[in-house]
Every structure is written in structure tokens, then in C-alpha cells.
Write a protein that binds this ligand. Structure first.
Ligand code: FES
Length: 317
């Protein structure tokens, strides 16, 4: 058979069993494959223009992904699709994601080592800071925020976490990026969350001691665990390393839900399971998470076997 990708003839010598993606890359075509050929993205997608019957049928993984993305039959995943090279005829496919920017991004993504990982995600947010900061001069606000992020950041770093980003007076942290076991990452994440609440008390004391007026600040912490895509993302000239995926959204929404729950740390069921019965909690509640049709069960964390317990009044109601 003859194979053409984007109109370019592809050598097929000794290629029985190779996927379209492998053949395409071997021929020097900058073919997108963000997940590394694991049927976990869809960036390698091609449109079959000719010779569909000379391609092996979709694998189970390809069928699942094609169904979820509602692909028509002529769209195939190049990383899952194998040409029947001993067949007679011509196969012609066209990459769908293929302009110059995509080719540049392909290089950036390969260098970054973007990959799926099981991580623990922690979100924290300060409550009442907007009104607290209203009468302050901007330099004072920066000074206080830097002091706050210093003490909260210490709580994360001292428990082997990574500060992923700052968002206003909020913070996102990840645990497990060094490849720690999920159980260890979960323990580190919870210990960090508890340490943050403890640090908030002395931070409020610092504000009073230094003449800053206003109500004591409160905070909310949401923790979840799950599979995310982790790596460098953004403009190739200014990337930032971060995690993307539904578990990140869930952690963020748990943090938001601490306010109505009247408790400073909410953790998900998936996260709780990783602690193997060692979570001390003040009860469970069903939380309606924005964007989710079903409510999610969350636990009001107060401690971990072997750690000090937090006080529920550390969150504003
Ligand atoms: S490379 Fe990700 S699905 Fe093919």
C-alpha cells in the first residue's frame, strides 16, 4: 500500500504494526502528540481522505475518546491507528492540528515533559482581606501580602509541597510532584493545610502588634487528590509550570465551599481515602460544587492522627 500524510509519501519499509503517528514522526512531520501517544488527548487527530478500509479498526481506547468527543468516523487518532501495510491501495490522511504555531508548541511541549500525575491539590484563600486592605496604602498592602505569603508558603514548603501560583490573596499548592506515594502526598497536604491555619493565628497577632486595624483575617482551605496533567504551559517564551484538570477545579470549589460550611478546611472523599482512616473530622457534608450536577461529599478536617487539631472558628461564616 501507499501512505500519504498531508500529501507527503511516507516510507513503509519494515513498518508493519507501526502507528500512523510513529510513521509520521519518523518521516519528519511535526505531528502533535501532547499525551505521548496514550489516547489521552486528541492532538494527533487526522482526517482520513482515502483508504479507510486499509486502516485497522479503532482500539478500545480510541473508541472511548472518539465517543466522548463525538468524532465522526473519518477522524482517527494517529497514535492508535495502524495502517495495514500489506494491503493493496492508497491511504491518505491529513493532520488537523498542524500550523506553524502548533509545530512550535510541539517542540515546547516535548521539552517541558508535560505528563499525567496523581497529585494532591490545595487551594487557600484569605477572607475579609479586601475590606481590611481598603484603607491601606498600596505599599502597605504589598508588605502585608508578602508577609502572609511568606508564612503560608513556609507551611507548604516545609511539607514538601510546591507553590503553584498566587491568585490575589489566594494560593494554589501541589503535593506529590517529586513522585512521592499518593498517601505520603496526602499526609503532607493535610499537614500543610493545618500548619497554614496555625500560622494565620500568629499572622493576625502580627497585624495587631503592628497597628493594623480591622477584624482578624480568616481563611478557607480546600484539598482534593486526582489525576492531572502537570508541566510547563503558556507562551513558549514565558511558560509556567502548573497542573490542569478537573481535580484542580474540585479543590478550588471545596475551598470556596468552606465559607458556607463554616469550617476552615474541607477535603474530598478521594483525598480522605488516601489517609487510610487517619483523618480526624468534625463531620461530613454534601457540597454543591459549581459546574457539577451531583453534590460532592466533603469532610470537615480538623487533624491527622499525630498532628494538632485546628479550631473550626478559624473561618468566617
Ligand atoms: S497523542 Fe494523544 S491521543 Fe494521540
Amino acid at each position: 500500500m501507499d501512505l500519504y500524510i498531508d500529501g507527503q509519501a511516507i516510507p513503509l519499509l519494515e513498518s508493519e504494526g507501526d502507528t500512523l503517528l510513529r510513521l509520521s514522526l519518523a518521516a519528519g512531520i511535526p505531528h502533535q502528540h501532547a499525551c505521548g501517544g496514550e489516547a489521552r488527548c486528541s492532538t494527533c487527530r487526522v482526517r482520513v481522505l482515502e483508504g479507510a478500509d486499509l486502516l485497522a479498526p479503532p482500539t478500545a481506547a480510541e473508541r472511548k475518546l472518539a465517543k466522548s468527543l463525538a468524532f465522526p468516523p473519518e477522524i482517527r487518532l494517529a497514535c492508535q491507528c495502524r495502517p495495514r501495510v500489506k494491503g493493496k491501495g492508497r491511504v491518505s490522511v491529513q493532520r488537523l492540528i498542524r500550523d506553524t504555531l502548533d509545530a512550535e508548541n510541539l517542540l515546547a511541549i516535548d521539552e517541558a515533559g508535560v505528563r499525567e500525575m496523581n497529585l494532591v491539590i490545595l487551594f487557600s484563600d484569605l477572607r475579609g482581606f479586601t475590606s481590611f486592605a481598603e484603607p491601606l496604602l498600596p505599599y502597605d498592602t504589598v508588605h502585608i501580602l508578602n508577609r502572609y505569603f511568606r508564612v503560608m508558603g513556609d507551611a507548604v514548603l516545609n511539607h514538601h509541597g510546591v507553590i503553584d501560583k498566587y491568585m490575589g490573596d489566594g494560593l494554589m499548592a501541589l503535593f506529590g510532584v517529586e513522585g512521592e506515594a499518593c498517601e505520603q502526598a496526602a499526609e503532607n497536604g493535610l499537614r500543610a493545610g493545618l500548619a497554614m491555619l496555625e500560622a494565620l493565628e500568629s499572622f493576625n497577632g502580627y497585624l495587631v502588634d503592628n497597628g493594623y486595624r480591622g477584624e482578624p483575617l480568616a481563611m478557607g482551605v480546600g484539598i482534593h487528590a486526582g489525576t492531572v496533567v502537570y508541566g510547563d504551559m503558556g507562551h513558549p517564551g514565558q511558560v509556567s509550570r502548573t497542573a490542569i484538570g478537573d481535580p484542580v477545579n474540585v479543590a478550588s470549589r471545596l475551598e470556596s465551599a468552606t465559607k458556607e460550611a463554616g469550617h476552615p478546611i474541607l477535603v474530598s472523599e478521594d483525598f480522605k481515602r488516601l489517609l487510610n482512616g487517619r483523618l480526624h473530622s468534625a463531620g461530613e457534608l454534601e457540597v454543591a460544587l459549581k459546574g457539577k450536577s451531583e453534590p460532592t461529599l466533603a469532610s470537615k478536617a480538623i487533624g491527622l492522627a499525630g498532628s494538632p487539631r485546628c479550631q473550626p472558628d478559624q473561618v468566617s461564616s
